[in-house]
Design a protein around this ligand. Sequence first.
Ligand SMILES: *[C@@H]1O[C@H](CO)[C@@H](O)[C@H](O)[C@H]1NC(C)=O
Ligand SMILES: *[C@@H]1O[C@H](CO)[C@@H](O)[C@H](O)[C@H]1NC(C)=O
Ligand SMILES: *[C@@H]1O[C@H](CO)[C@@H](O)[C@H](O)[C@H]1NC(C)=O
Ligand SMILES: *[C@@H]1O[C@H](CO)[C@@H](O)[C@H](O)[C@H]1NC(C)=O
Ligand SMILES: *[C@@H]1O[C@H](CO)[C@@H](O)[C@H](O)[C@H]1NC(C)=O
Ligand SMILES: *[C@@H]1O[C@H](CO)[C@@H](O)[C@H](O)[C@H]1NC(C)=O
Ligand SMILES: *[C@@H]1O[C@H](CO)[C@@H](O)[C@H](O)[C@H]1NC(C)=O
Ligand SMILES: *[C@@H]1O[C@H](CO)[C@@H](O)[C@H](O)[C@H]1NC(C)=O
Ligand SMILES: *[C@@H]1O[C@H](CO)[C@@H](O)[C@H](O)[C@H]1NC(C)=O
Length: 456
Amino acid sequence: MLFSIPRLTIAALVSGGAANAAYSIASDDDIKSTAAQVAWDLMQYYKGNESGQTPGILPGPPPDGDYYWWEGGAMWGAMIDYWHLTGDDSYVNVTTDALLWQVGPNKDYMPPNVTASLGNDDQGFWGMSAMLAAENNFPNPPADQPQWLALAQAVFNTQAAPDRHDDTCNGGLRWQIPLSNNGYNYKNSIANGCFFNLGARLARYTNNQSYADWAEKTWDWMRSVQLMDDNYNIYDGGHVEHNCTDINKAQFSYNNGVFLLGAAYMYNYTNGSDIWHDRLNSLVNATISTFFPESIAYEIACEEHMSCTTDMLSFKGYVHRWMATTTVIAPFTAPIILPVLQTSAEAAVATCTGEDNQRTCGFSWKTKVYDGSHGAGQQMNVLGAVSSLLIHETKAPVTNSTGGTSVGDANAGSRSDHFDNYHAPPTAGDKAGAGILTFVVLAAAVGTFGWMSTGI
Ligand SMILES: *[C@@H]1O[C@H](CO)[C@@H](O)[C@H](O)[C@H]1NC(C)=O
Ligand SMILES: *[C@@H]1O[C@H](CO)[C@@H](O)[C@H](O)[C@H]1NC(C)=O
Ligand SMILES: *[C@@H]1O[C@H](CO)[C@@H](O)[C@H](O)[C@H]1NC(C)=O
Ligand SMILES: *[C@@H]1O[C@H](CO)[C@@H](O)[C@H](O)[C@H]1NC(C)=O
Ligand SMILES: *[C@@H]1O[C@H](CO)[C@@H](O)[C@H](O)[C@H]1NC(C)=O
Ligand SMILES: *[C@@H]1O[C@H](CO)[C@@H](O)[C@H](O)[C@H]1NC(C)=O
Ligand SMILES: *[C@@H]1O[C@H](CO)[C@@H](O)[C@H](O)[C@H]1NC(C)=O
Ligand SMILES: *[C@@H]1O[C@H](CO)[C@@H](O)[C@H](O)[C@H]1NC(C)=O
Ligand SMILES: *[C@@H]1O[C@H](CO)[C@@H](O)[C@H](O)[C@H]1NC(C)=O
């Protein structure tokens, strides 16, 4: 075996490195072993279980590391799907510890440490990962700990509370939660998309119409302010002082993904209603035509000039996973979606030939070669794309009446902090805004966008 190493190196050199075999996804076994390696490489970015580090989060937030709080929450969702799709339980404990550490004193994913940059979307991503744990029957925490379903309900309930829904722009959630945060005056698609998504999923899981009513209301609001237009394009957001008419037209794939999956749950919850069939069908179509040119995931707002922020570098993976789940709960979408996900995943793994280990994954998949861009988001994207190829070999998301075992609490989150006395410390506020500011400078430099507020 020792002998084969130099020979491999020579072969790679002779052919300029291009012969360096990318991962295979040709069979289920190949998909599983590829996903296992990509997952392991992803977890190398996680330091939260090392001594002196904070469980649950990726290194950050900036300037202490690259990643904002929300991305850790999003990553555990990817790991829960990885477990569900492949059966590999290597990361069950680290995932559980992470999801439980960050719940905060009121068990609603609003830990005081992150208040200075706490958006409804950040909280929503942690809530959606808890929801996913319930839907996948991820091992339940010990009885004295908060339970997955109750955590998702707590996030939903805090977001449905009257103080988060004022009359500016005729409704809708603001981006930030505490009123002294940068971005409190912005109402955006991702904050409302996470809330919509959770509402639709809780409706299906618990068979409680109240959640569906909120999902309907949120969808209607998105349409009425034209954050989702008549052609199902979804734009970033607008400001309350302009009645949300100053719409920032940047389009991000995770907005489509989060609404698409939510629409699929509404379709399923309504037993295949015509209205949700049409909405979902149109959204699938719009999503594929905007974000999958030649059937390969493409982050249209920032990929061409590689002006994507760390946040944006992780969106493709969510979209792959959410579209895959859509094909299970809205089977009519499978023939449209699955071939696209297959082609996209093939391009994704072709980029995994980078860095010293010669298997680090890149970001720009359409080139089908490693582009030098690496990080937790890039690894997470490929993990989502690869593991989702097993979607039809695994159990559909359960509900309370089809085998779900997570214990809920319809009143969870009712004692939550409303931040009445919270004022963002100036230094923390500056820090929270730093990611956005960097992006504005970058965007101006490449002339791609005007002012943006899309950092989560
Ligand atoms: C942290 O978790 C990862 C993934 O499970 C594991 O490989 C690593 O050994 C753990 N580190 C510590 C210090 O426990
Ligand atoms: C997870 O934790 C349980 C209980 O502490 C333990 O029995 C099990 O071996 C752990 N699994 C892994 C993969 O570390
Ligand atoms: C909050 O920050 C402190 C100090 O960094 C850390 O010890 C603690 O674990 C953090 N709590 C959460 C929930 O992240
Ligand atoms: C349904 O959900 C609503 C909103 O969270 C809650 O107030 C109500 O108690 C729930 N109903 C049941 C039967 O659980
Ligand atoms: C704000 O926009 C909504 C449509 O989203 C419109 O119905 C409403 O009249 C507008 N309000 C003001 C004060 O312009
Ligand atoms: C869907 O069908 C089931 C079984 O017939 C029924 O119990 C449920 O109320 C229906 N759901 C909706 C939202 O119509
Ligand atoms: C899908 O979207 C394209 C481009 O927007 C449009 O031309 C086409 O009619 C749509 N197809 C369906 C079935 O909605
Ligand atoms: C709802 O989802 C289940 C999978 O849990 C699927 O079998 C069923 O066909 C879906 N319903 C509709 C109307 O597509
Ligand atoms: C879920 O099911 C369990 C037992 O099957 C039942 O005790 C519980 O009340 C149900 N919860 C909801 C929200 O329907």
